[in-house]
Design a protein around this ligand. Structure first.
Ligand SMILES: CCCCCCCCCCCCC/C=C/[C@@H](O)[C@H](COP(=O)(O)O)NC(=O)CCCCCCCCCCCCCCC
Length: 217
């Protein structure tokens, strides 16, 4: 039914929390399946913000799709965790390490783009968590972006992103779209979400540092 499909597409912050909670194995490896699920939920959020954010949603979705193709492909079992993906792609020389060549869309470089965006998300959600009623989402978003993703984006992309931030809905709408309940409950759930996201971010950051993958073209 169209109604229930629409309900399925509705964003809920709980979905993000669940995905990142499921992300880590007991050995602190990061499951790609749940990493992707977290991003899928965030894309729903972006879509609910209106068409101005459509280009960002499309970009995130394109990256997600590349990873899904690997995960569902014939070597899918090698992509079950970020750790196994890195090992498999490096061992088999499937990553363009310094310049773009035969493997322009490796799992490692694709995930690196999402990983950088995850840092943005961590910084933004933490600002939102400690914000007050009169805080401006555009300011929180710009600050988080400048501290993270902006450093990896071309000047033109930065300009377009900053223009989009100006038309972000205000804090009350943001809190409503999260579908959690009254503001205190949103704040409390953000308090759950941020440490989970931080931990996944930190483990990925260390994995990429260990293998010298932070500058993949
Ligand atoms: C909170 C509102 C939304 C804020 C969104 C912030 C991110 C803004 C910048 C995105 C620009 C995307 C345009 C393309 C960028 C690409 O150049 C660039 C490099 O790719 P390439 O090396 O393959 O060429 N791509 C990327 O960096 C990937 C970016 C993916 C962006 C995803 C951002 C998602 C943020 C989700 C926020 C959700 C807030 C949730 C609140 C519960």
């Amino acid at each position: 039914m169209a109604g229930s499909e629409a309900a399925e597409e509705k964003f809920c912050l709980q979905e993000v929390v669940d995905a990142y909670r499921l992300c880590l194995s007991p050995e602190k490896e990061v499951y790609l399946e749940h990493y992707i699920a977290g991003w899928r939920a965030l894309v729903k959020f972006l879509n609910s913000l209106g068409s101005v954010f459509g280009f960002i949603a499309v970009e995130a979705l394109t990256k997600i799709q590349t990873l899904v193709t690997f995960l569902n492909g014939e070597n899918g079992s090698q992509y079950s965790t970020l750790q196994s993906m890195v090992k498999y792609e490096l061992d088999n020389e499937l990553v363009d390490l310094t310049t773009r060549g035969p493997h322009p869309e490796s799992g490692c470089r694709t995930l690196l783009r999402l990983h950088r965006a995850l840092r943005f998300l961590e910084l933004f959600l933490e600002r939102l968590r400690v914000s007050t009623e009169d805080s401006k989402t555009s300011v929180m978003c710009t600050e988080a972006y400048n501290e993270s993703l902006a450093q990896h984006h071309l000047y033109a992309v930065q300009k377009v992103a900053c223009l989009a931030f100006l038309v972000l809905p205000g804090r009350p709408t943001f809190f409503e779209v999260m579908n959690v309940g009254p503001p205190e409950q949103v704040v409390s759930m953000l308090g759950e979400a941020v440490p989970l996201i931080s931990e996944v971010y930190k483990i990925t950051e260390e994995l990429y540092a260990e293998h010298n993958l932070h500058d993949l073209p």
